[in-house]
Design a binder for this molecule. Structure first.
Ligand code: AHR
Length: 502
């Protein structure tokens, strides 16, 4: 079958947002300890940060990193993680049933973000704590000097303020699993008052209210309306979270996960704009898709935490397949396509826990999971404007989402450099699809196109693992030379591709 993709530089969705390429570091499993931080590892630097992981973070082109949770943040006392290491308490960590040593905390994280070249995105605890503790943390992080917490930061070795711009007002407070879970009304009031107080300290902060932890939860919609009705003026963003997995061998539905993401985004935009209209507001609330990925939650749910009250147990260390990478590439297509409203996103999580990167316990190396590759290539090549492309693709039936297109695609164009990038997935599980590109609007300005394709050579379930970490890599396709503004590329079954000009 054939699909047709029509591109025109004048039809745009909005700018490519660097914050689309955010990730997430939670004190969960081996994400922090043995992930980004492991002082006894051969690659550790003077701060105990793994330099092999740092190099891969740079290669991924990560923009923001959300920290320190996740469910973890809802029971976290940030003061435990600052000051002399030997005085920091060991705590019972309820969210993931672990022991938190607090060896790594805010100041270590900030040093790490500088080395990684990423922007921090900090979450405050609105589970067991409230307005005062959020303001204390903000004072510690961002005030220059001359007050209790700012001076404590200086005494702890960070002379300059951390100057953190983006703050999440809690995490998944709609979820019954959350420590300090709230009703919509309870959370709405707390978020509004926390936001108001934090902005008394710094009116220029960018604040993210918790939206629903997913569209399937009973309170979806009611929650967004309650929160925004109360906190519209205090926040800039509302959050969305979604995780996908192949269930019961239904690969067709799984490959269409981007359809679910598009619909979820459209629904949240509707809820935001409903409140905007009713409350007669000028400002539009933006969307922070600050947790998204493939997660085999059914495996996780049945096994549970592997051990009781130990530090950094291995949790949710999924080995990702080619199909998972195709879905992750497809989710990035969806995020880019929605760049007019989704202006921040965080893939969850960076290392080991649902990780783009994996590390082996002990002295072993770090390696790239399959999902690393579409993330790194999309971050590297999405530049300039997201194009509002026309796609005419054959359709197929899915159990979960009905009829959906076999091919999904998006493109970005940088008017300054002329660079054009097309990102595409083929969801057909059996056959290749030819993607016919109508590039006539670019005639004359395009050179030769470079095609890179990720697929499993007939086995969509092949994985990278510690023994063979480079089994799945993007393969170089044939050079693409448009003739009269038209070109065709072959997309293998269950594949993700990027085509770049020049
Ligand atoms: O990313 C893993 C967990 O998923 C986070 O802690 C939580 O917010 C979500 O449910």
């Amino acid at each position: 079958p054939n699909a047709v993709l029509t591109l025109h530089p004048a039809f745009t969705v909005g700018p490519v947002r660097r914050r689309t390429f955010g990730s997430f570091v939670e004190h969960m499993g081996r994400c922090v300890y043995e992930g980004i931080y492991q002082p006894d590892h051969p690659s550790a630097d003077e701060d105990g940060f793994r330099t092999d992981v740092l190099e891969m973070v740079r290669e991924l082109g990560i923009s923001t990193v959300r920290y320190p949770g996740g469910n973890f943040v809802s029971g976290y006392r940030w003061e435990d993680g600052v000051g002399p290491c030997e005085e920091r308490p060991r705590r019972v960590e309820m969210a993931w049933h672990s022991v938190e040593t607090n060896e790594f905390g805010l100041d270590e994280f900030m040093r790490w973000t500088k080395k990684a070249g990423v922007e921090p995105m900090m979450a405050v605890n609105l589970g067991t704590r409230g307005v005062q503790e959020a303001c204390d943390l903000l004072e510690y992080a961002n005030l220059r000097s001359g007050t209790h917490f700012a001076d404590a930061r200086i005494a702890n070795g960070s002379a300059e303020p951390h100057n953190i711009r983006m703050w999440c007002l809690g995490n998944e407070m709609d979820g019954p699993w959350q420590i300090g879970h709230k009703t919509p009304e309870e959370y709405a009031r707390l978020a509004a008052e926390t936001g108001r107080a934090m902005r008394m300290i710094d009116p220029t902060l960018e604040l993210v209210a918790c939206g629903s932890s997913g569209p399937e939860i009973d309170t979806f919609g009611t929650w967004e309306r309650a929160v925004l009705t109360e906190a519209y003026d205090q926040v800039d963003y509302i959050s969305l979270h979604a995780y996908y997995q192949e269930r019961d061998g239904d690969l067709g539905s799984f490959l269409a996960s981007g359809v679910h993401m598009d619909r979820f985004i459209a629904d949240v935009v509707a809820h935001c704009d409903h409140v905007r209209s009713v409350r007669r507001k000028e400002k539009r609330i933006m969307l922070s898709f600050d947790e998204w990925n493939v997660w085999y939650q059914t495996r996780f749910d049945t096994s549970g935490p592997p051990s009781d009250w130990v530090t950094a147990p291995p949790i949710a260390e999924d080995d990702y397949t080619v199909a998972d990478a195709v879905v992750v590439g497809g989710l990035l297509i969806s995020l880019l396509r929605n760049s007019d409203r989704v202006t921040a996103a965080s893939q969850a999580q960076l290392v080991n826990v649902l990780g783009l990167i994996r590390t082996e316990p002990g002295e072993g190396p770090a390696w790239r999971q399959t999902i690393f590759h579409p993330f790194a290539l999309t971050s590297a090549h999405a530049r300039g404007q997201v194009l509002d492309v026309g796609i005419d693709a054959p359709r197929y039936d899915t159990v979960k989402y009905g009829e959906v297109p076999l091919v999904d695609a998006v493109a970005t164009h940088d008017p300054e450099t002329g660079a054009l990038a097309v990102f595409a997935v083929n969801r057909d599980t059996e056959r290749p699809v030819t993607l016919d590109l109508d590039l006539r609007a670019f005639e004359g300005s395009l050179g030769e196109g470079r095609l890179r394709v990720l697929h499993g050579d007939g086995d969509p379930h092949v994985v990278n693992d510690a023994r063979d970490p480079e089994r799945v890599l993007p393969a170089e396709g044939p050079a693409v030379r448009p003739v009269d503004g038209r070109a065709g590329v072959t997309l293998p079954p269950v594949s993700w591709s990027v085509l770049t000009f020049p």
